[in-house]
Design a binder for this molecule. Structure first.
Ligand code: GAR
Length: 192
């Protein structure tokens, strides 16, 4: 069974969706670790409630990115993590994690990449008044939301939609798509 580390910085609704998909038997994996860079992030409490091992770190106390990523790499390797799942983790991943986890770090982004990379993708799409947006799951490389795309799902922004409506629709897609993509990676692993 695939062992996952979820990296998150915020609310954790995608973290929850992954945990629930596992509980429902739709995803054959185990969340062995939650990594979070903000002690006050609601995802931390969600992981503790689900009895999932949690590492919270403060990037400011480390000399640089390589130093905290070295510590996180150790946390992942000790638990024999197969895949790192970014779920609203608002930091770029550096070579310290990218090299040992090449093609084993994936990210979910709330737009149809390469459109609207970076922060507040939903706000960017809303402000541009695009009529179609969506969600992308991709492998992580050293760029910002630039790695090879694994899957995407599109949705229409109606003229009557507020930004909050769009956010809700995007999240509903994310919560279905992310567990499904992770399960597809598991199927590929099994076929190896
Ligand atoms: C999600 O919408 C995810 O796509 C986005 O952060 C949100 C986290 O929500 N990620 C990015 O924008 C990455 N560039 P959650 O904490 O409720 O899962």
């Amino acid at each position: 069974m695939m062992k996952l580390a979820v990296f998150a910085s915020g609310t954790g609704s995608n973290f929850d969706a992954i945990v629930q998909a596992i509980e429902a038997g739709d995803l054959d994996a185990e969340v062995s670790l939650l990594v979070c860079d903000r002690i006050e992030a609601p995802v931390v409490e969600k992981a503790q409630r689900a009895d999932i091992d949690t590492v919270v770190f403060n990037a400011k106390v480390y000399e640089n990115k390589a130093a905290y990523e070295q510590a996180l790499l150790k946390d992942c390797q000790e638990r024999e993590i197969d895949y790192i799942i970014l779920a609203g983790y608002m930091r770029l991943i550096g070579p310290t994690l990218l090299k040992p986890y090449e093609n084993r770090i994936i990210n979910i982004h709330p737009s149809l990449l390469p459109a609207f990379a970076g922060k507040d993708a939903i706000g960017q799409a809303f402000d541009k008044q695009v009529k179609i947006t969506g969600v992308t799951v991709h492998f992580v490389d050293d760029g910002m939301d630039t790695g090879p795309i694994i899957d995407q799902e599109a949705m229409r922004i109606e003229d009557s939609d507020t930004k909050e409506d769009v956010q809700k629709k995007i999240q509903a897609i994310e919560h279905q798509l992310y567990p499904r993509v992770i399960q597809s990676l598991q199927v590929k692993e099994d076929a190896k």
